[in-house]
Write a protein that binds this ligand. Structure first.
Ligand SMILES: [Zn+2]
Ligand SMILES: [Zn+2]
Length: 351
């Protein structure tokens, strides 16, 4: 086995440590709650059954969302964002950065891309060799470009992005609910053991510890959940909250914000029946996003719209490109275009 391969395997195993730790804590909390509390400590049958039902509902939702977050493969850019063979050869042979940029700009004209690097260049990943779609970033841990990347989460050993952001938010919500159910039902027994009203059995250690751990996790998870709910409302990723995306007119932290209800729908979908379950319901395909302020280069807008009649290189990606641009067109037609072809698309006014 080559040393670099062995090192990579070792790194992969180490990356799982936080997720295994969480699973062990959850496994122990299950034992402590079901066996030590419900079987050995609670004497009333009605109370025991009631607690077990509520506990298992919260646990099921939590585990469902957690596993979906862990096992959802991060979505990467489609073939439409890979340089065509001729351009790729030219790009690789060229040493002048400026000429390389011209090649990228030419290809990017046919793509629904509105963001640039801080220096105004087309965002290109040299490792994956793709033009980065808006909101896409390269994750060094996953070693790939991830669509609408939010962050790489060690607790789930996965990238949180377009494919699993909804699952991640639900995981935080149901983890909070799970901890809350434990705290609310254990607290009276915690007090009884603490004040020595209950005899000193082996259940005491588990129940005291269970309350402390659940309370601690509840506080930290709720804080993270509140932050992510705020981000959903603003249509921002964690990366964008720290570094505003750069549009033709400069950085704009609210560039993708379409108003609260549309922002929520973009992550959770537009049908309420899907909101509370970890099933995929996000809008779009993660490659193109409707922007609040679109300072469209008229040449680029036309070339993208021209794809409507062509056979797309990548069906799935382009169908959304078209869908999104149709949306742009409908909205654009309602708006006035000023002399510099700068169009303001205000879907809902941001407070
Ligand atoms: Zn990449
Ligand atoms: Zn990652």
């Amino acid at each position: 086995m080559a040393p670099s391969h062995a090192l990579r395997c070792c790194k992969r195993v180490i990356n799982w440590v936080p997720a295994v730790f969480i699973n062990l804590v959850v496994g122990w909390s299950y034992y402590a709650y079901v066996v030590e509390l419900c079987v050995y400590t609670i004497t009333s049958n009605a109370e025991r059954i009631c607690y077990l039902i509520i506990f298992h509902i919260a646990l099921f939702l939590f585990i469902w969302a957690y596993w979906k977050t862990i096992w959802s493969k991060p979505a990467s850019p489609s073939k439409a964002f890979v340089l065509p063979r001729a351009e790729k050869e030219l790009y690789e042979q060229e040493e002048r950065a400026q000429v390389q940029q011209e090649i990228l700009k030419k290809v990017a004209k046919n793509l629904p891309i509105y963001t640039r690097t801080a220096g105004g260049a087309v965002r290109y990943c040299d490792i994956c060799q793709v033009i980065k779609p808006d909101r896409c970033h390269h994750c060094s841990t996953c070693e790939m470009c991830v669509l609408k990347m939010d962050h790489h989460c060690p607790w789930v050993n996965n990238c949180v992005g377009f494919s699993n952001y909804k699952y991640f938010v639900l995981f935080l919500a149901y983890a909070s609910l799970y901890c809350l159910v434990i705290c609310a039902t254990v607290v009276q027994y915690f007090i009884k053991f603490w004040t020595k009203q209950e005899p000193n059995t082996h259940a005491k250690f588990h129940i005291l510890f269970l309350f402390f751990v659940a309370a601690l996790f509840f506080i930290s998870v709720v804080s993270l959940l509140s932050y992510h709910l705020w981000l959903v409302g603003k249509n921002r990723t964690t990366i964008e909250a720290f570094r505003a995306p750069v549009f033709a007119n400069g950085p704009d932290k609210n560039g993708f914000s379409l108003g609260f209800s549309r922002n929520v729908a973009e992550v959770f979908g537009d049908q309420a029946k899907h909101w509370f379950f970890p099933v995929f319901s996000a809008l779009g395909d993660g490659h193109s996003f409707v922007t609040r302020l679109v300072h469209i280069d008229p040449e680029q807008a036309n070339s993208v719209l021209q794809q409507n009649g062509k056979s797309p290189a990548d069906g799935e990606a382009n169908s959304c490109v078209i869908a999104n641009n149709v949306q742009h067109t409908e909205e654009l037609s309602k708006e006035k275009t000023d002399g510099e072809h700068t169009v303001s698309v205000s879907v809902e006014s941001e407070p």
